[in-house]
Design a binder for this molecule. Structure first.
Ligand SMILES: [Zn+2]
Length: 252
């Protein structure tokens, strides 16, 4: 069987570097009868065999086998793990590795995937930042780990902020709004506040010292882009999941 190329989101910024690959899946790429379109999340009601096949196709698109991927059991916490092997990591919301060929993954359907690469220090990281993790500064803390544990200099770290719920659509309750400075909120009369979750994460990268020019923001809103992206906020129990991955390439 042959498939058309998988529609993927890539980073133009990170694509400049020969020793790293990065991609984020979309909901496109599955057979028309698939209940969740191109879905990379188990336990949602999709057949496991179909999800496994989709993950294999996604891995193949970045020249990996599914066994090469490192998955997080994401809990909206602030645990950052430094790993050297693929596999599944419990209670984790950020992964760091220097090991070539290990594809760090983040699974999302509105939350922000942040992918980091420090070429001089030869280290990558993948961060899952929903509102809770963002309020705990997980993105900034991950950059600080790259600096403290791997000697990465802030001005030689590069970052891609993937597709996620955007300021245009991401409504939040008052108790969540209270966790964020007003500059990241938009308020319209009689409606819930909206939060710029990708913007807060961009700001955390800048707070850690990463220059603006080293940061690329995808800018696509998962809630908005209903034909392209999965969104839990929009589709609830009918929503599939996307994966973003980053991997250091083996030296040739
Ligand atoms: Zn939107």
């Amino acid at each position: 069987m042959e498939f058309a190329p998988l529609p993927l989101i890539r980073s133009a910024l990170l694509s400049q570097f020969p020793h790293v690959r990065m991609a984020q899946s979309t909901r496109q790429g599955e057979a028309p009868d698939a209940p969740f379109d191109f879905n990379l999340g188990y336990n949602l009601g999709d057949e496991d065999s179909r999800v496994t096949g989709n993950i294999a196709r996604f891995a193949g698109a970045v020249d990996l086998e599914p066994e090469d991927l490192a998955f997080m059991h994401q809990v909206h916490g602030e645990t950052i793990r430094e790993v050297s092997e693929p596999g599944a990591y419990e209670d984790t919301d950020a992964l760091i590795t220097q090991q070539p060929g290990v594809g760090l993954t983040v699974r999302t359907a509105d939350c922000v995937p942040v992918m980091l690469y420090a070429p001089a220090a030869n280290v990558i990281a993948a961060v899952h930042a929903g509102w809770r993790g963002t309020a705990e500064h997980i993105t900034r803390k991950t950059v600080e780990r790259l600096q403290a544990d791997f000697g990465a200099e802030a001005d030689s770290i590069f970052a891609f902020i993937g597709a996620a719920a955007g300021l245009c659509c991401y409504e939040i309750g008052d108790e969540v709004a209270a966790l964020f400075p007003e500059r990241w909120l938009e308020r319209a009369e009689g409606k819930p506040a909206r939060l710029d979750l990708p913007g807060v994460n961009r700001h955390q990268l800048e707070e850690a010292g990463i220059p603006e020019a080293n940061i690329e923001v995808c800018g696509l809103c998962s809630i908005h882009e209903q034909h392209l992206l999965h969104s839990y906020r929009r589709d609830g129990a009918q929503s599939g999941r996307m994966l973003a991955t980053i991997v250091l390439r083996e030296e040739e």
